[in-house]
Ligand binder design. Structure first.
Ligand code: PEP
Ligand code: MG
Length: 540
């Protein structure tokens, strides 16, 4: 048995086999061949196998995410049948007398570059697909299996996990995460909390653990590999205890979230995608306080269309049945990078072209999202909020774009509901001018993750700074109070949707400040509700 001390990013116990997740680093070498016809046959067989894989993926996706999500695999199949593509691969093999892997990689790169240089955005987006299909054929040629799939529920051990990888995992087979890198405030950590799975970081991982039995103690941060029978027994008992505790908390179900003094608090859930909805519902969320819509973009291989977005937003609005659903417009950039946005590499991405800055510089992308969101608002109680705001001018610009989009819908006779507009307060600038901003919007939602990062000048992604990242810092807490006061003076409400909203050491302090809403990972709803219901102190 081995026991390793790591850092917990989400509590709980996980018991199960280890699946060692590696991003396969393939190196395509250029090698000379003797028999071009045989090499072309190898290529053709690999293409057939790749098409078969795509057919299976299509069927799977059809069941899990529906027709629009599955279509991409059909498109990829067609691309593999394209004459130009096939002719290019075969010609490279024949004229240069080189291996198929090299010919496919070269063709993939050339075609991708060609598409990327086109004016039309649709064709630009095909560059990613070109690369993707070429990678698939190369994997078949090199005998590399499909990553990201394992058979039984497992503990995933990895060097690091990007949010875009995490969202693609089959959640029913995820018992927990253990990574070497990563920080407590990264989006992967937030995802672990949303998915309600124990997770540890800063563990010196080893590939030879693959397949071994393991235990994550998300309370102490310990990771057991090949645990002794008595340890296993102890943790099985602890896991049952934990589940019993959850059942007890579930007694909070259906109870109003009201303090003893009678102030009703909106206790909402944070979600990243439609698949988090069952967790929000089963934990009795009063609404959705933060739908991180950028995950729709992260899960996709190209810009999600208006219809794809509309379907996702409509589904959340309908499922929440009249309860408020606050959709945050895309917050791409910083640690949430998407290839097809083709953003320049930046020295300081957290302070770079991200979130609303992308939307204001590329209004077509923004307008598509707003149209989808407005259309979905006809089916429920949708509100919208904008991330990373720093000025009144930005808010006015956004509102003008929103008016344009509404006008387009009016002209086309398309119905939409009454959508409240709010902003995230997650920069010190926004907090300090919150008196001015409050006059422009319907509500504030405080993003304490970024507010802490920018106030303390501490990169939330840098694990080495975890000990300095102190969201309880008086500077952060005073800003929160100031924002709430300014909201109330202007007659609007203010909530917290950053991770601090679920910090139960602070719940009473937030109530005393007069915070109107707390939006937390679904799993924290009951414990926070319990504290709110027992609170008999003052509220502003
Ligand atoms: C925040 O910054 O607190 C927030 C809720 O947004 P995100 O964590 O997605 O950046
Ligand atoms: Mg943020």
């Amino acid at each position: 048995m081995e026991v390793i001390q790591g850092k917990s990013i989400f509590g709980g116990i996980a018991i199960g086999p280890i699946y060692f997740f590696t991003k396969e680093q393939k190196q395509v070498k250029r090698t000379k061949i003797e028999d071009a016809a045989a090499e072309i046959k190898r290529y053709e067989d690999a293409c057939e196998a790749a098409k078969e894989q795509l057919g299976e993926l299509y069927e799977k996706a059809l069941k899990e995410v529906g027709e629009s999500g599955a279509q991409i695999f059909e498109v990829h199949q067609m691309m593999l049948e394209d004459d130009d593509y096939n002719d290019s691969v075969k010609s490279i093999i024949e004229t240069q007398m080189v291996n198929a892997e090299y010919a496919v990689a070269t063709t993939g790169d050339n075609f991708a570059a060609m598409f990327a240089a086109m004016e039309d955005e649709y064709f630009q987006a095909r560059a990613v697909d070109m690369k993707d299909i070429s990678e698939r054929v190369i994997d078949v040629l090199m005998g590399i299996g499909e990553a990201k799939s394992w058979d039984e529920p497992s503990i995933i051990v990895a060097e690091d996990l990007a949010p875009s990888e995490t969202v693609q995992f089959d959640k029913s087979k995820l018992l927990g995460f253990v990574t070497k890198l990563g920080s407590s405030n990264s989006h992967t950590a937030i995802l672990a909390r949303t998915m309600n799975i124990p997770a540890l970081i800063q563990i010196d991982i080893q590939e030879e653990w693959n397949g071994k039995m393991a235990v994550i103690d998300g309370f102490s941060g310990e990771f057991y590999i090949d645990p002794e029978p008595e340890i296993l027994e102890k943790y099985q008992a602890k896991k049952e205890e934990q589940e019993a505790h959850r059942r007890l908390l579930a007694e909070q179900k259906g109870k109003p979230t009201v303090t003893k003094g009678g102030k009703a608090i909106k206790l909402f859930a944070n979600i990243g995608s439609v698949s988090d909805l069952p967790a929000a519902m089963s934990n009795d969320a009063g609404g959705i306080g933060l739908f991180r819509s950028e995950f729709l973009y992260l899960e996709s291989e190209t810009y999600p269309t208006e219809d794809e977005q509309f379907k996702a937003y409509k589904m959340v609005a309908e499922t929440m049945a009249g309860k408020k659903v606050i959709i945050r417009t895309l917050d791409i950039g910083a640690d949430k990078q998407v290839d097809y946005f083709d953003l320049d590499k930046e020295e300081n991405p957290a302070m770079g072209l991200r979130a609303i800055r992308i939307c204001l510089t590329r209004p077509e992308i923004f307008k598509t999202q707003l149209r989808a969101l407005l259309r979905a608002s006809a089916y429920g109680n949708i509100a919208v909020m904008y991330p990373m705001i720093i000025s009144v001018e930005e808010v006015r610009q956004i509102k003008a774009i929103m008016e344009d989009v509404k006008k387009e819908l009016d002209d086309a006779g398309i119905a939409y509901g009454n959508v409240e507009q709010g902003i995230m307060i997650e920069t010190p600038a926004a907090a300090i001018i919150s008196d001015l901003l409050a006059k422009e919007v319907d509500f504030f939602s405080i993003g304490t993750n970024d507010l802490t990062q920018y106030t303390l000048a501490i990169d939330r992604q840098n694990a080495k700074l975890d000990e300095f990242y102190d969201p309880h810092h008086e500077a952060v807490l005073r800003m929160i109070e100031m924002v709430v006061d300014n909201a109330h003076k202007a007659g609007i409400w203010a909530g917290i949707c950053g991770e601090l909203g679920a910090d139960m050491e602070l719940t009473e302090r937030f109530l005393a400040m007069g915070v109107d809403e707390l939006s937390v990972s679904p799993t924290f709803i009951y414990p926070v509700r319990q504290i709110i219901r027992e609170y008999d102190g003052p509220t502003k």
